[in-house]
Design a protein around this ligand. Structure first.
Ligand code: FES
Length: 81
């Protein structure tokens, strides 16, 4: 059973973090598949919560590691690592 299945059963859904909340910056973009077609949803205008079973997790999850190197460098620079 996947996380999406668990969340579908209990009604909770994952969300993405909005930045400007206008639908313009794309920071909260979540790729979903609707009727076999990839569609971009934005948590700020289409959410804040989206149905987890339609999210394309292979495209969505790598976004969270996009700035990992810079985040680690910042932690070291500011004494948190
Ligand atoms: S917060 Fe910028 S598009 Fe949603």
């Amino acid at each position: 059973m996947s996380v999406a299945d668990v969340r579908r059963e209990d009604g909770r859904q994952p969300d993405s973090i909005p930045v400007d909340a206008t639908g313009m910056c794309g920071a909260c973009m979540v790729p979903v598949t609707i009727a076999g077609k990839m569609v971009r949803k934005h948590a700020c205008v289409d959410g804040p919560e989206l149905a987890s079973h339609i999210i394309d997790w292979d495209k969505f999850l790598p976004r969270f590691n996009q700035f990992k190197a810079q985040e680690q460098k910042s932690r070291v620079l500011h004494g948190f690592a």
